[in-house]
Design a protein around this ligand. Structure first.
Ligand SMILES: Cc1cc2nc3c(=O)[nH]c(=O)nc-3n(C[C@H](O)[C@H](O)[C@H](O)COP(=O)(O)OP(=O)(O)OC[C@H]3O[C@@H](n4cnc5c(N)ncnc54)[C@H](O)[C@@H]3O)c2cc1C
Length: 263
C-alpha cells in the first residue's frame, strides 16, 4: 500500500513527558512486529515502528518521542485529528524458539512491545529489559507487566536495576537459557548486545534506524556501508550474521544529505 490512508487518530496515550502512543483503526492483516509505516502530517513524512498490532480490535499504534519539528507537531494533535499512514514496510522480527530475551532502550521499546505481545499469543516466553535514562522515561511498565517478565533498568538508578540494559542482560544471560535475543534502541547499546550475542553464542535480531525518505526501497537514502542494503527494504531488522557485514554499524550513520554522522 504505497498511497497513504488518511485516518482519524482514535486514541492517544501519554507514555511519558516526551512519548505518546497514537492508536488508529486499521484492518490488521499481515503486519509483523519490527515493520514500520510512513506517517504523513500533510507537510512531512517519517518512518515509525508499529508498537501495537491488535488483530482482535483491528487497531495499530505508534509510539513516538517528541524530538524535533515533525514529532513536535504530532504531539500537538488530539483524538479525531487526521494523519496519513502507508505501509507496513520492511522486514520484521522472526519469532522462534521458546524463550527470548528482549533488550529495549528508550523509544526502541516500541517494536519490542508489539513483539512481546505477539510472542505471548504464540506461547513464546519473552523476558524484557526496558531501559531508560531515568524512571520518568521508562516505557510500557503497565502495558507489559502481565504478558511477560519485565525488568526495568535506569542509567541513574531511579527505578529498577541501576545501570545499562546490557549489564542487566549479561547477568540474565548467565543465569537463564535463552534461544534468541532481540533488540532495538541506541546503536551504541545494540553494539553491546551484539557482543553479548557472540559471548553467549545466541542468535540475535537487531532493528536498525537510518534516515529514510521513500520507505519503499527506491531512493537509496537508507543504504548502509558496505553491503548497500536498504534499511527500509532488506531491514530494518537484521540477524547478527548479517550485521557483521554492515561495517558502519555502531560507528556512523548518514544524515538527510548523505553526510556521515559519527555515533
Ligand atoms: C525504521 C524506523 C523506525 C522508527 N520508529 C520510530 C518509533 O517507533 N518512534 C519514534 O519516536 N521514532 C522512530 N523512528 C525515528 C523517526 O522516524 C525520526 O527520528 C523522528 O521522526 C525525527 O523526528 P523529528 O523530525 O521531529 O526530529 P528532527 O530533529 O528533524 O530529527 C531528529 C533526528 O531524527 C532522525 N531523523 C529525522 N528524520 C528522519 C527520517 N526521515 N528517517 C529516519 N530518521 C530521521 C535524525 O537522526 C535526526 O537527527 C524510526 C526511524 C526508522 C528509520
Amino acid at each position: 500500500m504505497n498511497i497513504p490512508k488518511v485516518l482519524e487518530i482514535k486514541k492517544i496515550i501519554r507514555e511519558s513527558a516526551t512519548v505518546k502512543t497514537f492508536i488508529f483503526d486499521w484492518e490488521v492483516e499481515e503486519e509483523i512486529p519490527g515493520q514500520f509505516m510512513m506517517i504523513w502530517n500533510f507537510l512531512d513524512e517519517k518512518p515509525m515502528s508499529l508498537s501495537m498490532i491488535n488483530s482482535l480490535d483491528n487497531q495499530i499504534g505508534f509510539t513516538i518521542r517528541n524530538v524535533g519539528e515533525f514529532t513536535g507537531e504530532l504531539h500537538k494533535l488530539k483524538p479525531g485529528d487526521k494523519l496519513g499512514i502507508r505501509g507496513p514496510y520492511g522486514r520484521g522480527f522472526e519469532i522462534s524458539g521458546s524463550k527470548i530475551l528482549a533488550v529495549g532502550g528508550g523509544v526502541g521499546m516500541a517494536p519490542l512491545a508489539a513483539l512481546s505481545e505477539e510472542a505471548s499469543r504464540r506461547d513464546v516466553k519473552v523476558d524484557i529489559i526496558s531501559a531508560a535514562a531515568t524512571q520518568d522515561e521508562l516505557l510500557f511498565m503497565d502495558r507489559l507487566k502481565n504478558t511477560n517478565k519485565l525488568r526495568a533498568c535506569t542509567d541513574d538508578g531511579t527505578y529498577g536495576f541501576c545501570g545499562f540494559g546490557t549489564e542487566l542482560a549479561d547477568a540474565m544471560l548467565k543465569s537463564n537459557n535463552y534461544d534468541m535475543m532481540v533488540t532495538c534502541g541506541p546503536e551504541v547499546m545494540m553494539s553491546k548486545v551484539a557482543h553479548l550475542a557472540d559471548k553467549y553464542h545466541l542468535p540475535a535480531q537487531f532493528s536498525l534506524e537510518r534516515y529514510m525518505k521513500c520507505g519503499v526501497g527506491i531512493c537509496g537514502q537508507c543504504c548502509v556501508d558496505s553491503t548497500g542494503w536498504r534499511i527500509c527494504k532488506e531491514g530494518p531488522v537484521f540477524w547478527r550474521d548479517e550485521l557483521k557485514l554492515i561495517t558502519e554499524f555502531g560507528k556512523y550513520r548518514r544524515d538527510s544529505a548523505g553526510r556521515k554522522e559519527m555515533f
